[in-house]
Design a protein around this ligand. Structure first.
Ligand code: ZN
Ligand code: ZN
Ligand code: ZN
Length: 164
């Protein structure tokens, strides 16, 4: 089961249970909006999740100081499939971002992607999410690509975007 928002807040408020540290590392799979040009990232992606999405996508919470794990979830956060997290982290993107729009030929597209990210919490204070994952990496999963010009949309519909 993924955490409830209440349980998440209680956990990060309490800090580590094994040492005095309040600094926790939250690992989650969350969405970002990524502008692309010719199929490559173009400019800075923006995070696109709310608090509840972060909570839902969280698969691990551990102490930064002593590395004690306070929460771990192996089922997929989107489809609840067993061991979905592990599959999501090792599989490659199944919706390649096209170099140009199939309708109008524009090279400027906007992709909605899911990436593994880490967020550092100190009590209620959360730092900005960080990710090292780029489109070529396992764990990067595009779910939707939209043309900035004509709004044509390419979408992954059939299977779970993260773990299938
Ligand atoms: Zn600790
Ligand atoms: Zn899934
Ligand atoms: Zn277009």
């Amino acid at each position: 089961m993924s955490l409830s928002e209440q349980a998440f807040t209680a956990l990060v408020d309490a800090g580590c249970t094994e040492c005095p540290s309040k600094k926790l590392i939250v690992e989650a799979i969350v969405a970002q909006t990524m502008p692309t040009l010719g199929g490559e990232p173009y400019g800075t992606p923006t995070w696109r999740y709310k608090g509840e999405d972060l909570v839902q996508g969280t698969y691990r919470i551990a102490c930064d100081a002593c590395k004690h794990e306070l929460f771990g979830e192996s089922a997929c956060s989107r489809c609840a499939s067993a061991d979905g997290v592990a599959r999501a982290l090792v599989t490659n993107n199944a919706l390649p971002i096209p170099a140009s729009c199939s309708s109008c030929g524009s090279e400027l597209l906007t992709a909605t992607v899911f990436v593994p990210a880490t967020v550092t919490y100190e009590g209620k204070r959360a730092a900005k999410a960080r990710t090292q994952t780029v489109p070529e990496d396992p764990g990067f999963h595009a779910s939707r690509v939209e043309c900035k010009e004509c709004r044509t949309i390419l979408e992954r519909r059939t299977t779970c975007v993260l773990c299938a």
